[in-house]
Write a protein that binds this ligand. Sequence first.
Ligand SMILES: [Zn+2]
Length: 110
Amino acid sequence: MEKEIKCHLCEGKAVLKYEELKLDKGRIIIKNSPYYKCVECKEEFATSEQMHELSNKINTKFVFQRPIINAGRSLAVTLPADIVQYYKLKKGEKIKLIPESRKEIRISLS
Ligand SMILES: [Zn+2]
């Protein structure tokens, strides 16, 4: 992984940093999760490679079990607060549900 890359916002210098990610009220800890922080504009971001790596880790190690609840005439699943925070999700935001197989539905944010 590059120690320094260009900031995607201001083209300034962004340096590689590691953080400890806590999910599910601290029950799940991902140590040394890499991201970049721009020394100019302070933007923090992850590259697609880093995001991919993280989602692989989450896919294999971290599973949040949620019950299906009623929401009017639909059924709903709530999102854990940690997921909301980490992915910066907002009410009203559109997400995509992608059927992967008879046993798997993927959630996509774009
Ligand atoms: Zn920047």
